[in-house]
Design a binder for this molecule. Structure first.
Ligand code: G1P
Length: 288
């Protein structure tokens, strides 16, 4: 297994979700019954990642608590004979999963956040997962990407077609097709205006990167929004290494926006083994 480490940048302020995120990390907002960050961690784990590196900031303690043992809760559930709930609680952090926290003291951008994980990643390929993007796929999207990485041994960016008027929200790639899902990336631009976008293929929040990207990020000037951008680091990496874009199989919910977050809740509630049938009946009963 080659990709065993993942970086989760979770230091962002979550201003788009105020007031919900005034005193709670946006990554802890629940979609149905699980916090957003747990979906991303489970996706990484399913892909074989065992070392979870959280790049956190102030006010993000609940994330650390969530992936820690909750001794009193476990004892209480055990004594009450609530085996099922105990299993749910314990499954949040399997024994062979390691969680490591590094602080991003200043919010200088996604590239800077990734750079904060450099010493922990060392000279190894690594995944980056943005918890805002909730990905539903079978096999899970990160696993699809790991399979591509194992075959090609180059950095892999998850991409999807986005509407022309939304290019300003994404890193946009240009590339030469290798097969129906893969492109050899020739350029990448952060949040271009539609008229400047090299294509309509937007990067979703899933990356597998080679360690060479750290040096490139470290030597970047501040980019869009005055931030050190991961996209700019990847653009620089392209001069030295191949980077592929992968059209993943699955669906992405942009849980960084209220609309996407609501859609994710509805879609996942409908799929939920216990809640699904009742929730579907409820939605059908609505006169809308
Ligand atoms: C970040 C990246 C962008 C990518 C997006 C995916 O932007 O900078 O390239 O397309 O995530 O969600 P953000 O959404 O953090 O502004």
């Amino acid at each position: 297994m080659l990709v065993t480490r993942a970086i989760f940048p979770v230091a962002g302020l979550g201003t788009r979700f105020l007031p919900a995120t005034k005193a709670q990390p946006k990554e802890m907002l629940p979609v149905v019954d699980k916090p957003l960050i747990q979906y991303a961690v489970e996706e990484a784990y399913a892909a074989g990642v065992r070392q979870m590196i959280f790049v956190t900031g102030r006010h993000k303690r609940p994330i650390e608590d969530h992936f820690d043992m909750t001794f009193e809760l476990e004892v209480a559930l055990e004594q009450a004979g609530k085996e099922e709930l105990l299993k749910v609680v314990r499954s949040v952090k399997p024994d062979d999963m390691e969680c490591i926290y590094v602080r991003q003291a200043q919010a200088l951008g996604l590239g800077h956040a990734v750079l904060c994980g450099q010493r922990l990643v060392g000279d190894n390929p690594f995944a980056v997962l943005l918890a805002d993007d909730l990905m539903v796929g079978e096999p899970p999207v990160m696993q699809q990407m790991v399979e591509q990485f194992e075959e090609w041994r180059v950095s892999i960016l998850a991409v999807q077609e986005v509407p022309a008027e939304q290019t300003r929200r994404y890193g946009i790639v240009a590339g030469t097709p290798i097969n129906e899902r893969l492109l050899d990336v020739t350029g990448i631009v952060e949040k271009p205006a539609p008229e400047d976008a090299p294509s309509r293929l937007g990067v979703a929040g899933r990356y597998i990167l080679t360690p060479g990207v750290f040096h490139e990020i470290a030597t970047q000037q501040r980019g869009v929004g005055g931030e050190i951008q991961l996209t700019d680091g990847i653009a620089a990496l392209l001069r030295r290494e191949k980077v592929f874009a992968y059209r993943y199989e699955g669906k992405r919910f942009d849980c960084g926006s209220k609309e996407g977050f609501l859609e994710a809740n509805v879609a996942l509630a409908l799929e939920h083994p216990q809640l699904g049938p009742g929730f579907r009946a409820y939605l059908k009963s609505l006169d809308i």
